[in-house]
Ligand binder design. Sequence first.
Ligand SMILES: *[C@@H]1O[C@H](CO)[C@@H](O)[C@H](O)[C@H]1NC(C)=O
Length: 311
Amino acid sequence: MAIDEVILLSSTLGVLFTTLVLFGVLVAVCIPSCTAQFSTSDYENIQVALNLEYLEAEYFLWAAYGYGLDKLAPHLPEGGPEPIGVQKANLNILANDIIAQFGLQEIGHLTILQKELGSYYFPRVQLNLSAANWANIIDEAFGEKLHPPFNPYTNTLNFLISAYAIPYVGLTGYVGTIPLLQRVGAKSLVAGLLGVEAGQDAIIRAALYQYKDDLVPPYKFTVAQFTDFISSLRNGLSHAFVDEGLEVPKAQGADGLVTGNILSADTNSLSFARTAEEVLETVYFTGNAAIPGGFFPEGASGTIAKGYLNP
Ligand SMILES: *[C@@H]1O[C@H](CO)[C@@H](O)[C@H](O)[C@H]1NC(C)=O
């Protein structure tokens, strides 16, 4: 072997050795953080949704069963305060069956969130689901005081109208969250949550759609008008166009050709997205993520929500 060949070989080995050492260092630094299923920001983004999952769980379980997480899954609220004003709704047999399933689905969602979020999971937040709170929201949507005050617990139609206001915000929030997620565990979890949330919203909308031209007794407004006014209110609170009722101007309908609007979606029939801030300002019904109210009288929990409440 000539001397220059020896030098070449030894420098090649040197490069190989250095590469191996660097790779080893990278692997050591990377494990476990690079293989983790969630990044810190993934946890924080998913925390926003946890607030809504608590809201849905309590609202649906109570409506169908007359009791909620404290009885059906007492390990999930982790000592968070009991919801205010929530009650059994006077539902027909089919609606009670469907809403019970929705509530139990939310127990599944909370169970996987408790497992996957670990120390980022937080106890149930204070919820206000009183009929009076709902009446305020509906009055605000119509810009006038309804007589008698709207009460979601009175009958199936009223409850479905109120339910129209709930999974949809979660759906748009999940659509907004997915592009921000970094790790595969977070993406697959939120994709799974989104699918069921979208399904719940579609079922509620389809149930209401059959009655869209009927008046909601004893008021002079139709079912479609209730949904349109609720969606307009929420667009205003979100400072964005992300919400459509059951009837829209033709230009907003599917392919710009129809006024019937069984699903809320953009010009290309893609789901609208809400940012975390837009979700919070909507469910607070204050239009401001720094001012709690509505369903969350003390605000939502988690890093992002608390960041807006205590900047
Ligand atoms: C719940 O909301 C209603 C209507 O906004 C309000 O009158 C009531 O005081 C709230 N309850 C609590 C304990 O915050």
